[in-house]
Structure formats: structure tokens, C-alpha cells
Design a binder for this molecule. Structure first.
Ligand SMILES: *[C@@H]1O[C@H](CO)[C@@H](O)[C@H](O)[C@H]1NC(C)=O
Ligand SMILES: *[C@@H]1O[C@H](CO)[C@@H](O)[C@H](O)[C@H]1NC(C)=O
Ligand SMILES: *[C@@H]1O[C@H](CO)[C@@H](O)[C@H](O)[C@H]1NC(C)=O
Ligand SMILES: *[C@@H]1O[C@H](CO)[C@@H](O)[C@H](O)[C@H]1NC(C)=O
Ligand SMILES: *[C@@H]1O[C@H](CO)[C@@H](O)[C@H](O)[C@H]1NC(C)=O
Ligand SMILES: *[C@@H]1O[C@H](CO)[C@@H](O)[C@H](O)[C@H]1NC(C)=O
Ligand SMILES: *[C@@H]1O[C@H](CO)[C@@H](O)[C@H](O)[C@H]1NC(C)=O
Ligand SMILES: *[C@@H]1O[C@H](CO)[C@@H](O)[C@H](O)[C@H]1NC(C)=O
Ligand SMILES: *[C@@H]1O[C@H](CO)[C@@H](O)[C@H](O)[C@H]1NC(C)=O
Ligand SMILES: *[C@@H]1O[C@H](CO)[C@@H](O)[C@H](O)[C@H]1NC(C)=O
Ligand SMILES: *[C@@H]1O[C@H](CO)[C@@H](O)[C@H](O)[C@H]1NC(C)=O
Ligand SMILES: *[C@@H]1O[C@H](CO)[C@@H](O)[C@H](O)[C@H]1NC(C)=O
Length: 515
């Protein structure tokens, strides 16, 4: 062990000594110059054993070691992860008692955060999807801070299972901050579950989330999925989610503020979703979405004098900036059910969208002060999966179907449409000078890379909710009920597959409603 580490240390030293020569040769990439010091600190962090944190090596015992520390150390225990190290875990880390914390020693931000790498094998489309599970019966006040989670979906499609991070349950006072969660195998980068509707008062702040999923048909994943009441979701950045950037499942009393959601190389169905009837029966009482910024696609071509718009190498847009009401997403799948009693104030939209906001099937909503800032364009067009009996409205900033919206007050400027159903069936244009010049937070670091791959998506899409519905049996579960539910779900999924139905298009709740 020791000589192994010593060898690596020598290697590190060699790299460092060699660096000036490589610099002088002028051949290597600029990124290496600017990151030289962090490269050094990362190598030393990897190499020098430190006694204030739990090492990642040996890899074959790491999952058990970490879980044993959690389940034998009691309430208030902090599991200290080592800066810069990657932990290849083959099962979720399970919080085991109240006020436990999982974090990187020294609370670094950026690349020095320890990374949990989801590494369980996938057989037959099932396997590990979750890195951290915080839904135990005694999980009040647990904290997940300053770590990264690599869900390792890679170029594969999603598999059925829970999110990268699963917290909530019948607990309160949980905290998730400065966490980077990306590339989940399952349906979301971060999910706070409702439990038996006693989940309360969690805080999700200062995280950097994404990418999550891809925009290929039904390979989508959410950024942040909130189904816990009185949760605060603030000051997060969500980059390249593909299903909903932040999906609010009713979650009454929840405050979503000062978050930034943007896309670079994947089309996003919804920036912020208030469309899921299940599991809270559309109850958005005292839920407030305010002061968020949602950025659609921007031109990636060079700005021409006098031109307002250019091309986008990836043809990406946000289809709906903020969607309110199940119909905007699911058409009539939820019959006459509505989203009710939510408040949406002072959100900003910039870049290219299908619609900035769409409202249909809502009651007692307040929608005021939401504005377009900088350059915008509204460029979705009818896609092949828009059903023939839907008159999909032309792309424009604010649309509402007033016949299905009651007891609400909306800012002026909404265009009245006769049919606001299933709006995620629109597609971005296939190239052309339609994307406004401007910028998103990625522009400084990631120039438009590589060639144009036209990767448009469409759908009669599901919001995250449908998938949460599929996963609900697992979420509920400690005991026999969970196991039973699991097998019922598996059976249902298998039956659906056998019948040729795509399980990702069905929600458990929907199935129940149709019986
Ligand atoms: C604690 O975790 C270890 C490793 O996963 C497991 O073998 C053990 O059964 C757990 N103990 C309890 C009390 O849950
Ligand atoms: C994979 O699924 C098929 C069909 O459901 C089954 O026959 C086979 O035994 C499974 N293989 C494994 C390794 O689970
Ligand atoms: C995530 O993990 C996979 C598998 O180890 C690796 O190939 C990939 O590069 C990692 N992604 C990042 C951004 O580190
Ligand atoms: C909510 O959680 C915070 C900790 O995050 C705690 O300080 C506060 O007392 C909790 N409030 C309620 C009403 O439970
Ligand atoms: C908001 O997040 C940024 C990082 O994106 C951080 O620098 C800033 O301190 C955060 N603000 C608050 C009030 O936490
Ligand atoms: C709001 O978000 C911006 C941009 O991330 C950040 O600089 C600022 O600190 C945030 N403010 C609060 C109160 O969180
Ligand atoms: C997509 O954008 C993300 C975030 O900006 C970036 O990390 C990633 O490398 C890009 N992927 C491709 C295939 O260009
Ligand atoms: C909505 O949720 C609030 C807060 O939990 C609750 O007081 C209210 O009764 C719920 N409304 C309905 C119609 O269920
Ligand atoms: C309307 O919504 C507000 C804010 O959520 C809530 O306080 C009020 O009780 C709701 N009224 C009805 C009749 O649902
Ligand atoms: C939205 O834009 C307005 C006008 O530019 C600005 O005053 C406000 O701070 C912006 N809000 C956010 C959350 O960025
Ligand atoms: C969309 O715009 C075109 C051209 O302006 C118009 O002919 C058509 O009726 C519009 N469609 C809808 C659904 O409003
Ligand atoms: C339309 O839906 C079908 C499945 O019903 C899917 O295979 C196809 O990819 C979708 N088309 C587009 C453009 O997304």
C-alpha cells in the first residue's frame, strides 16, 4: 500500500517537474496552464494519505465501509470524504440516523469535492441508480454537503429506478448544499420525496445540477424534483436538464427562488414545472416560484453586425419556460383535474423558447411580474407527435387557455388560445438564424464545441411525476409493503413491456386513476 502511494507521489513529482518544459514547448492546451495549481492539489490529495477522512481505497470494500460508518456511528455523525477522491460505490449510501452529514473535509467547492461514482452493475436494464438515500425513519436534519455525484449513465438510456439523490420521506430539516449531481441513470438528478405526505421543511441551496438525461425521446431526466411540503429551493444552478429543470409536485408551502436554469446542448421540455397532479392532487397552496432566471438556447454562431439572431449548433430551446396546469404537459390524461393555488412572481426569461409561460387547467393561481429580458425568440413549431385534434398554438411568449383557468389573476400580455394541451410536442427549428445573440453562464467556459448534431426531441412528454409514480413503491419502502409494491411494480412494468407499451409513458398514479 505504502510503496504504491510512494510510486504515485514520484509520478506526481515527475509530472510537476516536466511541466515547465511542456509549458515552454507551447504545445499543450491552455486549460492545463490555468489549472496547473489545482492539478497539483488534486494529485496530492489523491496521493497523501490523510487521517481526517475515509479513503476511497480499497475500492472493493468502499461501499460497505461507508455504510457501516453511517449505520454504526449514530445521530450527528459526519462521514468525512477526502477532497479530490472518487468513491466507486455499488449500492446507495444510506443515512441511518438524524443529523448525520456526508461531506468533503474542508467543504471545498468545484472539482475538489469528493465524487460518489454510481458503479453498481446493470443487468437486464436494472441496477443501481441512486448514490445517496436519506429517507430512513429517523432521518430528520441530515445534511448532504460539498460533494459530487456522477450517475454514470453515459451514452446509455435511462434505467428504471430512483434519482441520483433521494432524500425526504417523513422527515424534516434536511439540507442539501454545494452538491454537484449529474448524469443520473434514473429519472432525476435530485429528488425530495413526500413519504406519507409528512415530509416537511427541507432546504436545497447553492447546488450545481446537471447535465441530467438527454433530449432523445423519453431519455429525459429532471434537474431537481420536489415533492416535499415547505421546502426551500434557492440559488441553485441547473445546467442541461432535459425533462423539467425544477419540477414542483405541488409540495404545498414550497419556495423556489433565485435559481438559474439553462440549456447548452440539450433541448429542455420545461424550465419550472407546476403540472403534476400527483402525488399532491395538484395542491400548490402557498407554493411560490419567484425571482428565477430561465435561459433558452442562444446563437452559437459569430455575431454579425446588425443581426439579431444566429444559428445554434445544437438546435436547442426550452420548450416551456414555466408550465402551469396538467393539460399543458399531459393533455387530457388527468381529465378535468387542475393545479391549484400557486404563486408565480417576477421570473425572468431570456434566449430561445417555444413558450416562456403556458397556463391551462389551473385554479386560484397568481401570475405577476414575469418578464422577458435581454434577447428572446419564440421558435417552436408543430412536431410529428402533436396529435391531429390538437390545435397547437404558435410559439409565443405567454399563452393561456382562459376557458380552463379559474379564480386566477395573471399579468397582462397573455395570448388567449383555445387549446393549451400537450405543448411539449413542439420541436425547435432544424437550423436557421432563429436564436438570439446573448449568453448563458456556460459561455465563458464552454465555447460551442464540436460539430452540429441536430438532436431535436419532442413528445407527448411526461413530467417527472410519472416517473416518480413508477418509483413510488421503492420510496415508501422499508418493510414488506415496499417489497410487495416493488414486485407488483416490476410485474406491471414487465407486463407493460410484454404488451408493447412503453413503461416510461405510464404513471403508476395514472394507472390507478383509470381503473
Ligand atoms: C450496516 O451496513 C453494513 C454494510 O452495508 C451492513 O452489512 C450491515 O448489515 C448494516 N448494519 C445495520 C445494523 O444496518
Ligand atoms: C434477463 O431477462 C430475461 C427475460 O426477462 C430473463 O430470461 C433472464 O434470465 C434475465 N437475465 C438475468 C441475468 O437476470
Ligand atoms: C463519470 O464516471 C464515468 C465512469 O467512471 C466516467 O467515464 C466519466 O468521465 C465521469 N464523468 C465526469 C464528468 O467525471
Ligand atoms: C426547518 O429546518 C431548519 C433546519 O434546516 C430548522 O432550523 C427549523 O427550525 C425548521 N423549521 C420547522 C418549522 O420545522
Ligand atoms: C449563491 O450561489 C453562488 C454560487 O452559484 C454563491 O457564490 C453565493 O454565495 C450564493 N449566495 C448565497 C446567498 O448563498
Ligand atoms: C441569487 O443568485 C445569484 C446568481 O447565482 C447570486 O449571485 C446571489 O448571491 C443569489 N442571491 C441570493 C440571496 O441567494
Ligand atoms: C454539453 O454541455 C455541457 C455543459 O455546458 C458540457 O459539459 C458538455 O461537455 C457538453 N456536451 C457535449 C456533447 O458537447
Ligand atoms: C393543500 O395543502 C395545504 C397545506 O398542506 C392544506 O392545508 C390544504 O388542506 C390542502 N388543500 C387541499 C384541497 O387538499
Ligand atoms: C388560493 O391560494 C392562496 C395562496 O396559495 C391560498 O392561501 C388560498 O387559501 C387559496 N384559496 C382557495 C379558495 O383555494
Ligand atoms: C430580472 O430582470 C430585471 C430587469 O432586468 C432585473 O431588475 C431583475 O433583477 C432580474 N431578476 C432576476 C432574478 O435576475
Ligand atoms: C399560426 O400562425 C399562422 C401564420 O401567422 C396562422 O395562419 C395560423 O392560424 C396560426 N395558428 C394558430 C393555431 O394560431
Ligand atoms: C414520437 O413518439 C414516438 C413514440 O410514440 C417516438 O418513438 C418518436 O421518437 C417521437 N418523435 C419525436 C420527433 O420525438
Amino acid at each position: 500500500m505504502f510503496s504504491h502511494r510512494l510510486g504515485l507521489l514520484c509520478l506526481a513529482t515527475t509530472v510537476l517537474l516536466a511541466t515547465p518544459a511542456r509549458l515552454a514547448s507551447g504545445l499543450h492546451h491552455r486549460r492545463h496552464v490555468t489549472h496547473e495549481t489545482s492539478l497539483f492539489s488534486r494529485l496530492t490529495a489523491d496521493i497523501l494519505p490523510r487521517d481526517d477522512c475515509e479513503p476511497a481505497d480499497p475500492q472493493d470494500t468502499v461501499t460497505d465501509r461507508l455504510n457501516t460508518l453511517l449505520n454504526s456511528s449514530g445521530a450527528g455523525y459526519t462521514l468525512p470524504l477526502c477532497p479530490g477522491e472518487s468513491y466507486y460505490i455499488t449500492a446507495p449510501l444510506q443515512f441511518a440516523a438524524h443529523d448525520q452529514e456526508i461531506s468533503t473535509v474542508g467543504y471545498p467547492e468545484g472539482d475538489d469535492r469528493a465524487t460518489l461514482v454510481v458503479s453498481g452493475v446493470i443487468t437486464n436494464g436494472t441496477g443501481q441508480t441512486t448514490a445517496v438515500m436519506g429517507q430512513c425513519v429517523d432521518c430528520d436534519g441530515i445534511k448532504l454537503r460539498h460533494i459530487q455525484i456522477n450517475g454514470t449513465r453515459g451514452n446509455n438510456g435511462p434505467i428504471s429506478g430512483d434519482a441520483n439523490i433521494e432524500m425526504g420521506g417523513d422527515n424534516s430539516g434536511q439540507l442539501i448544499e454545494f452538491v454537484h449531481s449529474f448524469d443520473p441513470r434514473g429519472w432525476s438528478c435530485l429528488h425530495i420525496a413526500e413519504g406519507t405526505f409528512k415530509c416537511n421543511n427541507q432546504t436545497i441551496q447553492n447546488n450545481d445540477i446537471g447535465p441530467c438525461g438527454t433530449d432523445a425521446f423519453q431519455q429525459w431526466a429532471d434537474g431537481i424534483s420536489i415533492s416535499c411540503m415547505n421546502t426551500v429551493v434557492r440559488n441553485n444552478s441547473v445546467n442541461n436538464p432535459t425533462d423539467g429543470g425544477i419540477v414542483v409536485f405541488g409540495a404545498p408551502g414550497t419556495l423556489v427562488e433565485n435559481n438559474t436554469i439553462w440549456v447548452v446542448n440539450n433541448t429542455l421540455l420545461g424550465g419550472i414545472n407546476m403540472v403534476d397532479y400527483d402525488p399532491w392532487s395538484g395542491n400548490y397552496t402557498n407554493t411560490i416560484v419567484r425571482n428565477n432566471v430561465i435561459m433558452g438556447g442562444f446563437a452559437t454562431s459569430d455575431e454579425e453586425p446588425g443581426e439579431k439572431d444566429g444559428t445554434n449548433a445544437e438546435d436547442v430551446i426550452v420548450k416551456i419556460g414555466i408550465a402551469i396546469g396538467p393539460r399543458t404537459w399531459f393533455g387530457d390524461q388527468y381529465y378535468n383535474n387542475v393545479s391549484s393555488s400557486g404563486t408565480v412572481l417576477n421570473n425572468n426569461f431570456t434566449g430561445a423558447f417555444g413558450y416562456a409561460m403556458a397556463i391551462s387547467s389551473a385554479r386560484n393561481f397568481t401570475v405577476q411580474g414575469n418578464i422577458l429580458v435581454g434577447n428572446t425568440s419564440f421558435i417552436g413549431r408543430r412536431g410529428p407527435n402533436c396529435t391531429s385534434d390538437d390545435t397547437t398554438p404558435n410559439a409565443t411568449a405567454f399563452v393561456i387557455d382562459p376557458a380552463l383557468v379559474t379564480d386566477s389573476n395573471e399579468q397582462s400580455g397573455f395570448i388567449t388560445v383555445s387549446d393549451g394541451d400537450s405543448l411539449t410536442c413542439i420541436l425547435p427549428p432544424d437550423g436557421g438564424d432563429y436564436w438570439p445573440f446573448g449568453g448563458n453562464p456556460s459561455n465563458s467556459s464552454s465555447a460551442s464545441s464540436g460539430q452540429s448534431t441536430s438532436s431535436s426531441s419532442t413528445s407527448s412528454g411526461l413530467s417527472g411525476g410519472a416517473k416518480a409514480g413508477i418509483a413510488i413503491g421503492v420510496i415508501l419502502g422499508v418493510a414488506a409493503i415496499a417489497a410487495a409494491t416493488y414486485f407488483v411494480r416490476r410485474w406491471a412494468l414487465e407486463r407493460a413491456r410484454a404488451q408493447g407499451a412503453d413503461p416510461w409513458r405510464r404513471s403508476g398514479y395514472l394507472g390507478k386513476g383509470m381503473q
